[in-house]
Design a protein around this ligand. Structure first.
Ligand SMILES: [Zn+2]
Length: 404
């Protein structure tokens, strides 16, 4: 799958028309290694005592060095995102190259912040998700700036905080910047991705009455109450499995991710909580799927005299590029001889900030490097794919913002 990219990447270095997109691979991969060496674990994860200020400062310095105007957005202390901007002359639409700079935790890893290059792979926490994408964005801008030309539309480079938890970073960036289009460089195995699911977390609580197991006349078993509520949700789970599948994403789903109730075998549980996750397809509205689950719970609770309540913990919408997405066409064209699957559209299984960009009316696609081990003990990114990604990003930016 990857061999053609290796060959084609060499070709662009000898093609005069493509010289603008000559990526400084050594510098780009050097930046990637420096990014990996900075601990930027999201504070929500174990071992996440760090915040995003150090990595944000590093990215800001890179962007300044490239000649971009730099904005730092810090909606909460330590949760810093950075946006670099190169103003165009207003004759073309604007683009944002997107990456997040926080990572998940490092449990089970040895030397997570020491980048290690082996057989064309660069290992380390965040290499794949998604400092590889971030380094590619910076490598693309370096090539564009070195071309000596300037854009018609604004170029924005966003390196955001907190994607791995609550997207504080992207939400704040979108309050200050509104590009016409965005390329989200989350890892997609060098495939152009135009869709992913959304998710909603609903907490269901059943309340009983604590009593010793020997005194059943005093107790109400919250766990048994919860069992009835969950049983009532089971037909919905089955129905979702039988929904006609989205061509890129399959069927929607629901599962009970967490179930907690009771304090001991001889005590009637006073309280039981379930955390239900519903994965949504494009076209499904988060508020509607919540209402659907709440109605089921409410009905059973009323019928059986169960004291129950529900609460939406977190809800993120699905993402789907518009059918007439201009940025998709531009990226397809930019990747025609660099991406083995440039004419195919794919979906990814994970959620990304692309959904927030699209919700804000930004024409968005995803394209990111090859690798493995996101959220796992051995994380790596394919070095050549990072460089090739930089070349595609540079070409797409040049074409979309009409540099020259
Ligand atoms: Zn990510």
């Amino acid at each position: 799958m990857f061999t053609p990219i290796l060959c084609l990447h060499r070709e662009i270095k000898t093609d005069s028309h493509r010289r603008l997109m000559d990526i400084d691979s050594e510098h780009t991969l050097g930046v990637l290694k420096k990014l990996i060496s900075i601990d930027s674990i999201n504070p929500a994860f174990d071992g996440g005592a760090s915040d995003e200020r150090v990595i944000a400062a590093f990215v800001a310095a890179e962007l300044e060095d490239l000649g971009l105007e730099v904005f730092t957005h810090e909606p909460r202390p330590g949760r810093a995102s950075v946006v670099g901007r190169l103003r165009g002359n207003g004759s073309a639409p604007s683009i944002m190259l997107y990456a997040h700079h926080d990572t998940v935790g490092v449990e089970g890893m040895t030397d997570p912040f020491t980048p290690r290059e082996e057989n064309g792979r660069i290992h380390g926490r965040g290499s794949y998700d998604m400092k590889g994408g971030l380094a590619a964005c910076l490598g693309a801008v370096r090539a564009l700036m070195a071309s000596g030309t300037r854009p018609g539309g604004d170029l924005l480079v966003a390196s955001v905080a907190d994607e791995e938890e609550a997207s504080l970073g992207m939400e704040e960036v979108l309050r200050h910047h509104h590009p016409d289009a965005a390329i989200v460089t989350e890892p997609t195995e060098m495939r152009i991705c135009t869709a992913h699911k959304g998710f909603t977390w609903l907490e269901v609580e059943a309340r009983g009455r604590a009593a010793h197991g020997s005194r059943p006349h005093l107790g109400v078993d919250a766990n048994l109450q919860m069992a009835q509520l969950i049983a009532a949700l089971a037909p919905l789970e089955k129905r979702l499995r039988e929904t006609s599948p989205h061509p890129l994403l399959g069927v929607p789903s629901m599962h009970v991710g967490v179930l907690r109730g009771g304090s001991g075998p001889s005590i009637y549980a006073a309280d039981c909580r379930a955390l239900v996750e519903r994965r949504t397809l494009p076209g499904e509205r988060p508020d509607e799927v919540v209402v659907e689950m709440e109605e089921i719970v409410r009905q059973v609770a009323t019928d059986r005299g169960i004291e129950a309540s529900t609460r939406t913990v977190l809800s993120r919408g699905p993402f789907e590029a518009t059918a007439d997405s201009g940025i998709r066409r531009v990226v397809e064209e930019a990747g025609r001889d660099l991406l083995p699957h440039s004419n195919e559209r794919t979906g990814v299984s994970f959620w990304t900030d692309a959904a927030l960009l699209a919700d804000a009316g930004v024409d968005t696609v995803l394209l990111g490097p090859i690798g493995a081990g996101a959220h796992a003990a051995d994380e790596w990114v394919d070095a050549e794919s990072v460089v090739t990604l930089a070349a595609v990003l540079a070409r797409a930016t040049r074409d979309y913002c009409r540099w020259g």
